[in-house]
Write a protein that binds this ligand. Sequence first.
Ligand code: NAP
Length: 410
Amino acid sequence: MITPPADGEKITIQGDKLNIPNKPIIPVIEGDGIGRDIMKATRRVIDAAVEKTFGDEKKIVWFDVYAGENANAKYGEWLPQDTFDAIREFIVALKGPLTTPVGGGFRSLNVTLRQVLELYACVRPVMYFEGVPSPVKHPEKMNVIIFRENTEDVYAGIEWAQGTDEVKKIIDWLNSTFNLSIREDSGIGIKPISITGTERLVRKAINYAIEKKHSSVTLVHKGNIMKYTEGAFRDWGYKLAAREFANETISEDDLWSKFDGKMPDGKILVKDRIADSMFQQILTRTDEYDIVCTPNLNGDYLSDACAAQVGGLGMAPGANIGDHIGLFEATHGTAPKYADKDMVNPGSLILSACMMLEYLNWDDAAKTIYAAIQETIKKKTVTYDLERQMEGATKVSTSEYATQIIKNMK
Ligand code: NAP
């Protein structure tokens, strides 16, 4: 059994909001491989920013919980019940990357955590820091937050391999019942998209837009082809906005038919784009997009495509969020060849921890870190991954990079 630290307090749920004490206990999964280096660096940066911003008034009380290799060493299992219990009880947690054990009985530890804790929204902000090498001319125009559905779509894991007895049964049944002609040598996958899954995601995205004063929510779908899954996602999204957020939102149709294209003050525009067109628009009309809300597969593609415009995955943060629980994590993996070398970029995990601070409504501490990262990159003091793409940059270790960020906090 693990014991929570005695000097912190529990985050609690009040109505549909979180009640955040001044010294919240935050469970932390260090992670495997480079997780050990980047988590140390991240904790130092977060602690320094909270102290700089709030003095003695606020403090994160970290609570080490086990998952992956350290759990296997301590408990003889990769994802112990204690860890699930701690995250459920303390509600907000930070996580480093985990190796997927081969033959461990899981599809992936990360997927298992998301499924067991019902973390249905994968939230990925994509922002630009001046000076980071980018393949586009105006990377500074990119500033979106992607809300990707995390539980449904072709990721539901319902599929049958070509040539199996099961797939033969499915194909025979489909062909005979619906008079189809699916080839006998096909594999089959199922794409479920539900009202439940769609509404809880769109609701979360709109609530976030309201709370953090964003200007638009774009539903990205491939509804012209997949009418009853992706098209339904769009329709259910618009209906939910009209039903639950009539005072706060306006649809693009209403904007033109009732307001001649002029946004009424204080409203959030709800619009939709077909996925293929969105990939073009995010390159050509980047600054027209703000919050993006989309089914699982589109979200997977789109978040990497957006991240590429601002310098790649090394700087891309993420979170998996349910009704209340938030698990904040780097988007990259454990990069085993760099493990324990104090070498890699902790940026993705630090920025994920900034999202966590914003989730706690400690936005000022997150702002302190954003400004300090910007300053550090401007001074061209960076880890190897950025240094190799920047002219005249100084390469520093993971820990030294964190030290520089802390020094640059104002
Ligand atoms: P990876 O760990 O993301 O690493 C791939 C490459 O990305 C690295 O070799 C490195 O590129 C670059 N990279 C990743 N993190 C970096 C950082 N912090 N700073 C600088 N560069 C970074 O992907 P992988 O090698 O495919 O996966 C390794 C393990 O991680 C697998 O067991 C996988 O299951 C797991 N994984 C876990 C998560 C998660 O926990 N959420 C996510 C993805 C993968 P260069 O070699 O070019 O320097």
